[in-house]
Design a protein around this ligand. Structure first.
Ligand code: PLP
Ligand code: TYF
Length: 393
């Protein structure tokens, strides 16, 4: 029976990770997978996370099961961080999930249970896992215009035109901040317009929030999510703590559903049910780290300070790279790199250019020309700029 299985297409980002590892060249630079790295190329455990773990090691007396929804203190702490004063606890249901991926998957399953015909509207482009999960679950989806490859900016007119065709009961998937893979994001005024349009169409917003604190700051990065939460009667939010707490392998996510208070109990029950069908109890260790940090003023302050260092470090690298490319290409065509936010920028290079950069300069960029800015440091920025400029000669 198992012989019936067919090979599955590899995840291109993870495949690139493997070919980087196999490259013997000492000077190689990895700008592939979306993992934060410091100037030395390490992905350190954040100070507050280490401290929270030390405290947990001392204070935890059991590893018994928690609950299908996870620890309610985790959902409370994280939803407050995300929604701030846009949070109305009486209209929220939430379950802990294995990472942001798990939150998205559980959210798609929930939509399917509520309305199997709901079409997902996804940005062109989006994170490849969104598409593969929608395909696996069998939920219909279509793309809306989002990114203008020529300018490196959001194609907002195209986006609004496409979202204007969304049907009532459909789902509009948006990246809450730090769009993956492009790095191009909406302004506050554009978020307002998108929220109004989704509301007019009678659709539901599904926010994937995986990089809060990596763009313009913790509060600023939640702006779009909060605007949608205030304006829309119903929405879903899939959040990840992988990046902003640096706890990737702990698999720490949260699915939130905002709805009429009269429906909260049933929505919560369905979320719990879905967790039980898929894995019973969600992972707890990462969630407990996050809760420990967010419920302690000192740890929160230290975590925010370290996150801010990471964020401003990535911004400085963006500025440096844009300046270097301005000089080398004698044009402003790459200035968008400094305007983009988060870990990623899509450069708008052809697959041939990306391949030439890998072959000739040992710089690993995802095939769609997405770079992970955190994979750079002050010394490697000029090397990347030279590699890019060389492909235009
Ligand atoms: N959504 C987006 C857009 C992402 O880039 C990621 C990245 O890792 C995730 C969700 C979920 O990540 P994880 O499952 O590691 O929390
Ligand atoms: O886009 C990225 O690089 C991150 C990490 O299957 C990632 O979101 C990449 C591929 C994948 C899971 C996570």
């Amino acid at each position: 029976m198992l012989g019936n299985l067919k090979d599955q297409p590899a995840d291109k980002i993870l495949a690139l990770m493997a070919s980087y590892r196999e490259d013997p060249r000492a000077e190689k630079i990895d700008l592939g997978v979306g993992v934060y790295k410091d100037a030395q190329g390490n992905t350190p455990i954040m100070r507050a996370v280490k401290e929270a773990e030390a405290r947990l090691l001392k204070s935890e007396t059991t590893k018994s099961y928690v609950a299908l929804a996870g620890d309610p203190a985790y959902a409370k702490a994280l939803s407050e961080l995300i929604l701030g004063d846009a949070l109305a606890a009486d209209r929220m249901a939430a379950v802990a999930t294995p990472g942001g991926t798990g939150a998205f998957r559980q959210g798609v399953d929930l939509v399917r249970m509520a309305n199997p015909d709901a079409t997902f509207h996804v940005s062109a482009p989006t994170w490849p896992n969104h598409l593969s999960i929608l395909k696996t679950v069998g939920q219909p989806f279509v793309e809306y215009r989002y990114f203008d490859n020529a300018t490196g900016e959001v194609d907002f007119d195209g986006m609004m035109e496409d979202l204007g065709k969304v049907a009532s009961g459909d789902v509009v998937l948006v990246h809450g901040c730090c769009h993956n893979p492009t790095g191009a994001n909406l302004t506050e005024a554009q978020w307002e317009a998108v929220a109004d349009l989704i509301g007019e169409r009678g659709a539901i917003a599904f926010v994937d929030l995986a990089y809060q604190g990596f763009g313009d700051g913790l509060e600023e990065d939640a702006t779009g999510t909060r605007i949608l939460a205030r304006k829309l009667p119903e929405m879903l939010i899939g959040a990840s703590c992988s990046k902003n707490f640096g706890i990737y392998r702990e698999r720490t996510g949260l699915l939130m559903g905002l709805c009429d208070p009269a429906h909260v109990k049933t929505v919560q029950g369905n979320m719990n049910h879905l967790n039980r069908q898929n894995f019973s109890f969600p992972p707890d260790h990462g969630a407990r780290i996050v809760t420990t940090i967010l419920n302690d003023a000192e740890l929160t302050a230290d975590w925010k300070a370290e996150l801010e260092e990471m964020r401003t470090g990535m911004l400085a690298l963006r500025e440096q790279l844009a300046a270097e490319l301005r000089r080398l290409t004698n044009s402003d065509r790459f200035d968008f790199i400094a305007r983009h936010r988060g870990m990623f920028s899509r450069l708008g290079l052809s697959p041939e250019q990306v391949e030439a950069i890998r072959k000739d300069f040992a710089v690993y960029i995802v095939g769609d020309s997405r770079i992970n800015v955190a994979g750079l440091n002050e010394e490697t920025v000029p090397k990347l700029a030279q590699a890019i400029a060389a492909t235009y000669e």
